[in-house]
Write a protein that binds this ligand. Structure first.
Ligand code: NAD
Length: 299
């Protein structure tokens, strides 16, 4: 069965739209997201435009704050401080990557964790690790939501995560190994957490053998066809986070997007599998909207 992230994300968008309408009907203001973009990186411009558009669709107020690439770290810190203290802004993100002369760690650490809707501040990550209410970074939150909406239980399951990045691998491993009662708000349906999690990375030996023991495999490596059919147990669930551009002369843009899974051959063995595109990607954007609403509601 295909885990249809596109469809689920549309359902969630409709739910958020409803909730914002209800807030407004009560005379309350709408939630507001600010997005800071530094310089003119074309990929970042596209991501930011998509985030602003997604906000508009659900009635979340958004503001794009564009700063020149030669801004100093101090000036950017001032902007972060201003947004931390602006009561009309519920959440904000500083789009990465930043120009080389600015330390991403310094900037991320300066963001008030209650407004950190990207879930990347050390404080939010630490709170997630301890099972305290926190804003979880968008992709792990989206994966958790997708599993939950399809009622895929994780309790006692062996989950193999391939990739150990701060934005995907580490946080999703943390979320799925947690005791559910310590989990974060917004969870429902399936009992998520309580899994036995193995995290694999580029130095892992015999990845194939480890994957064959998995009930659920989450691949976030950025390597096309890394996960092949011989690595997957019959009936496993496969979540493909990877986004890779590969040349395709027949495609209008000369390339197509593929994940990290050899989808064609893995899909027949998997009980559940996410496609690329249309799986985890749309869930990531909707998670940002959910985080903004969560920040607004203060939980
Ligand atoms: P990253 O690019 O920072 O690091 C890749 C990780 O994969 C590393 O931890 C590395 O050790 C591991 N890895 C690489 N090759 C491996 C191999 N052959 N065997 C085992 N492990 C291997 O990770 P990231 O930022 O999480 O991105 C991973 C992929 O997910 C990229 O394709 C990225 O574009 C995509 N991504 C997608 C979304 C989404 O919304 N769908 C969000 C974030 C990232």
């Amino acid at each position: 069965m295909i885990l249809d992230g596109k469809h689920i994300s549309q359902t969630i968008r409709a739910e958020i739209r409803e909730e914002v309408l209800m807030l407004k009907a009560k005379g309350l203001r709408a939630p507001k997201l600010a997005v800071v973009i530094v310089g003119h990186n074309p990929a970042s411009e596209t991501y930011v435009a998509n985030k602003i558009k997604a906000c508009e669709e659900v009635g979340i107020v958004s503001e794009r704050i564009a700063l020149e690439a030669d801004i100093t770290e101090g000036q950017l810190l001032e902007e972060v401080k201003r947004l931390n203290n602006d009561p009309s802004v519920d959440g904000f993100i500083v789009q990465l990557p930043l120009p080389e002369h600015i330390s991403e760690t310094t900037i991320m650490s300066a963001i008030d964790y209650r407004k950190d809707v990207d879930g990347l501040t050390p404080e939010n990550v630490g709170r997630t690790v301890q099972g305290l209410p926190s804003l979880v970074s968008a992709t792990p939150r989206g994966i958790r939501e997708l599993l939950s909406r399809y009622k895929i239980q994780t309790e006692g399951k062996h989950v193999v995560v391939i990739g150990r990045s701060n934005i995907v691998g580490k946080p999703i491993a943390m979320l799925l190994m947690q005791r559910p009662y310590l989990s974060l708000p917004g969870m429902s349906a399936a009992s998520l957490g309580d899994a036995t999690v193995t995290v694999c990375h580029s130095k892992t030996r015999d990845l194939a053998a480890i994957c064959r023991t998995a009930d659920i495999i989450i691949v976030a490596a950025g390597s096309p066809k890394l996960l092949t059919a011989d690595m997957v147990k019959e009936g496993a669930t496969v979540i493909d986070v990877g986004i890779n551009r590969i040349e395709d002369p027949s495609a209008p843009r000369g390339y197509k997007l593929v994940g990290d899974v050899d989808f064609e051959n893995v899909a027949p063995k998997a009980a559940f599998i996410t496609p690329v595109p249309g799986g985890v990607g749309p869930m990531t954007i909707v998670s940002l909207l959910q985080n903004t609403l969560q920040a607004y509601l203060g939980n």
